[in-house]
Design a protein around this ligand. Sequence first.
Ligand code: XMP
Length: 530
Amino acid sequence: TILILDFGSQYSHLITRRCRELNVYAELMPCTQKIKDLQFSPKGVILSGSPYSVYDADAPHVDPAVFELGVPVLGICYGLQEMAWNMKGKVTKCDHREYGFAQLQMRKFGTAGSSVDALFEGLGDEMQVWMSHGDQLSEMPEDFHIIGSTKTAPYAAIAHNSKPFYGIQFHAEVTHSTQGKQVIGRFVLNICKCKTNWTMEEFIGKEIARIRQICGSKGRVIGAVSGGVDSTVAAKLMHEAIGDRFHAIMVDNGVLRLNEGAQVHKMLNEDLGVNLTVVDASDLFLSRLKDVEDPEAKRKIIGNTFINVFEQEAAKIEAAAEKEEKKGAEAKGKIEWLLQGTLYPDVIESISFKGPSATIKTHHNVGGLLKDMKLKLIEPLRELFKDEVRALGRLLSIPSHLVQRHPFPGPGLAIRILGAVTREQVKILQHADNIYIEEIRKANLYDQISQAFAVLLPVKAVGVMGDKRTYEQVIALRAVTSEDFMTADWYVFPPEVLRKISSRITNEVEGINRVTYDISSKPPATVEWL
Ligand code: XMP
């Protein structure tokens, strides 16, 4: 395992990902982590970048014990400065903040001047790197030497004379540093000598064994599924581990996409063999949503109603099971666990030394269930990034169109219908959205887009049909590309695709006479309209 200590850089999670892409398990922890409290022995440590300057009064600092662990340490950007700060080097403000590309010249060593440092072995004499810093090293720490420089940063890469300590001023973890992944590879594979045993094949075996151990031989697990990648993969994994002791529940809240309940049932139950109940609670949800326009109120109602319905369904499952067992069926026990498809980014967010970031929108979750039902939580995906979950899904034979599916929010179409949500409005939006996605798939563009959906605007616009004037609602189309949905850019469609979509929606969807395309990025807009 590589331990990555996070000083709050926006790129910290990328360091973790790069290690894992090299099949080395890496764990991100806050920089305030005390080394003596670690539950594992890392084979190497990476110190991340940071928005702070090491001399700031509130600057985060690492436990100096990290340099006594006897394992290699690599400092990236602030990490380098922090290492130097600990070892009597000097850091000063640059005249101008350096941001962008630079050429790193690797220093040559050896009698014939033919070799570079082990960190850059086999990577040539020069590479393009990405810089983003306001401070830089101005005096070398004790017992260090230069292994690479750029025009503006003479100490852009340094190494200790006798210990395996390295510092790089550039961000090797971002793809703009063209050989950055190789540099991280030299560190974790050649210098730390980590084993390359982090693969999804190994993960499946280990995780199934772990679930079986946690769940023992009795007791049931329930979990909500939405048809999205995370809950589907988590459900299939549970099914592989404990078979029918796992029950999946899908709540049809009346604001799902067209035919979604039936599609999820077919895939999860008929194709993948998972024990699944689809509950149609659309009447209850829509009645509680009646006349509600405020987006946060919609989210709250949907979140709370979801918990009510889910609990009722769980009680039914338990009652039915007791009845069966009384008749002599094999006793599988009571419901003891709740499955959740929590991913690693959520875990990172909750352990950040700065505390979780500010909430712009409250995303609905099922946390309330744990308290009400006294269930224990089981989270088989909590170590994984989204792309790892997708790889896992493929190995578990989940169809590729699902594995690649765009995210869909818990409150569903309720936050894509501006104004009040009614069955009629839902029907209009489902129909338009379905045409939109169908055409995107036909044009082979689905995988280039991170998220695409239609939004229903309850304003009336004038149109003309035949000789008659129409007065109907508007559909806004949204498609964005994004790495992590914290920022997003609008997608540039080929015009003929937009033309086809618009023509189909205005012709086929009753009640719509106008289609617009949303060209706002995030920020200042958000991905969803509500
Ligand atoms: P925003 O609109 O915040 O969206 O830029 C970022 C990502 O989050 C999704 N989103 C939600 N997901 N419950 C969810 O489960 C919600 O209430 C919710 N609101 C936004 C959004 O679809 C996008 O992927």
